[in-house]
Design a protein around this ligand. Structure first.
Ligand SMILES: [Zn+2]
Ligand SMILES: [Zn+2]
Length: 133
C-alpha cells in the first residue's frame, strides 16, 4: 500500500498489540483498515463513544487525501468537540482511516481510556521523543 501523502512511498506494516497497522517511515503517518481503531482502543464503550463523535467536516481547507485502497478522495473528519479540532481522514467507502504524524496518539489522549491502556503507552513510546532528552 502506498502512503496517501508521499508519492509512491510504500508503507511498512507494524504490529501494535496484534493489530497490523500501516506506517509511512517518511511522513510518520498511519493507516488503519476499517475496524482496527476499535481493536486498538480495546475498550468497547469508549471506542464507540469516540467513533460516534466523528463528524464530517465539509468546510475544511486542509488538502484532501486519497484512500490508499480505492484512490478516492477521503472525507475530513472532526474527532470529538475539543479545541483545537483534531482532523483525520476517512475513506468515503469505509476502507479505513488515515492519521497524520501524532494524530493517532492524540486520539488516544482524547478518548477516555484507562491510564494504563497498553496501546496508549506504545504510541507514546513511538511518538513522544521528548522523554529521550
Ligand atoms: Zn508518507
Ligand atoms: Zn477507500
Amino acid at each position: 500500500m502506498d502512503c496517501p501523502l508521499c508519492d509512491e512511498s510504500a508503507m511498512i506494516t507494524l504490529e501494535l498489540n496484534e493489530v497490523e497497522i500501516d506506517y509511512c517511515t517518511k511522513c510518520k503517518g498511519i493507516w488503519l483498515d476499517a475496524g482496527e481503531l476499535e481493536l486498538l482502543l480495546g475498550q468497547e464503550q469508549e471506542a464507540k463513544e469516540l467513533i460516534d463523535s466523528f463528524k464530517i467536516d465539509s468546510e475544511s481547507t486542509e488538502k484532501l487525501r486519497k484512500c490508499p485502497i480505492c484512490y478516492k478522495k477521503m472525507y475530513k473528519i472532526i474527532v470529538g468537540s475539543s479545541k483545537p479540532a483534531l482532523l483525520i481522514d476517512k475513506c468515503r467507502k469505509g476502507h479505513g482511516l488515515w492519521f497524520d504524524e501524532g494524530e493517532l496518539h492524540d486520539i488516544f489522549e482524547r478518548a477516555q481510556l484507562d491510564e494504563n491502556n497498553k496501546i496508549k503507552a506504545l504510541l507514546t513510546d513511538m511518538f513522544d521523543h521528548k522523554k529521550e532528552t
